[in-house]
Design a protein around this ligand. Sequence first.
Ligand code: ATP
Length: 309
Amino acid sequence: MASPLPPAPVGVHVRAPAKINLALKVGPPRPDGYHPLATVYHAVSLYDDVHAEWAEPDEFELEVSGEGVDQVPLDDSNLALRAARLLARVHGGRDRLGVRLSIRKAIPVAGGLAGGSADGAAALLACATLWDIDLAPEVLRHLGAELGSDVPFSLLGGTAVGGGRGEDVAPALARGSYHWVLAFGQEGLSTPAVYRRFDELNPGPTMPEVPADLMNALRGGDPYELGAALTNDLQPAALSLRPQLRRVLDTGLELGAVGAVVSGSGPTCAFLVEDEEDAVDLSVSLSAEGVARKVLRASGPVVGARVVG
Ligand code: ATP
C-alpha cells in the first residue's frame, strides 16, 4: 500500500546568518548607478529567524521583534515581504497564496551585516517550503538577486567570492574556522550615503579585483595572515561619516585583535582573533572600554539560510 503523503507544513522556521565582508573592493559607478564589486563574503553565527505560516489567499502579513525593531519597515519595502510577494508572483502558478511572516531580529539594522538581505533570503526559503514550491538552489539565488545584491549570498552562506554588484556568488576555497568579535555602532549607517561619500573620496577608482593575499590567507587557514589581509574600500567613507569608528578599530587592535575591519558600509566593526578564548577576552575588554553600543562574539563560516523547523 502506498504511504500517505505527508501533511503540508503549518509553519516553517528558517534561520539566516549575518555576513561580514573580508574584502570589499569597489569600482566606478555603472550607468545604472550600481558600483561593480569584488568582494569576499563570510557568513557568521549571528542570525535572524523568520517564521512563515499559512494566511488567507493574497494576504501578506508581517510582524517584527528583536534588535532594532523600531527601524524596520513593516510595509511592502520590507525585504521579507518583498521576497514572499516575488516568489508568489513568479512561481506561484495559478494558486492564490498568502503568508503570515514573523521576523525575530538579532542582526542590527543598517549595520553593514546584510540583516535585511538575511530576512529576504529566509523569507524566500520559508515561503518556498511552506507553499511546496520546489526550486533548485541556483534558481532561488537568481530570484534573490532581484531583491538585493547580498541576498544570493545570504542563501549560499560559507565564504564566497561576490562579483557584479555582489550578486554573482561562488564558494571560495577556504580552510578553517575563524573567531570574530563584532562591535555594533550607536546608530546605523545608510548604505547609499556611504557610497556617495566613496564617490566623493575616489573620483577615479579602478575596476575591482579580489585581493590575492586574502585568497591565499583563506587557503592557508591562518588567522594572522587573514587578519593582515582584511580590506574594505568603503571603510574611509564610513570613517569620514562616523569618525568615532576609528577609535573603535584602534581600541580593538590595541586589545589584541589580529585584524580589524568595518563590515560592508558599516558601522559594525569586525575584529578577528586567534581562538575562542581570545574572543571571550576581547569581547569583555572591548565592552568595558564603552566604545560600542553592543559587543558580540561570532564564528564563521556558517551555512546560509536553512530550514530549522
Ligand atoms: P546593506 O545590505 O545595504 O549593506 P545593511 O546590512 O547595512 O544593508 P540592513 O539591516 O539590511 O542594513 O538594512 C538596510 C535598510 O533596509 C534599513 O534601513 C531598512 O530601511 C531596510 N529594510 C528592509 N527590510 C528590512 C528588514 N527585514 N530588516 C532590516 N531592514 C530592512
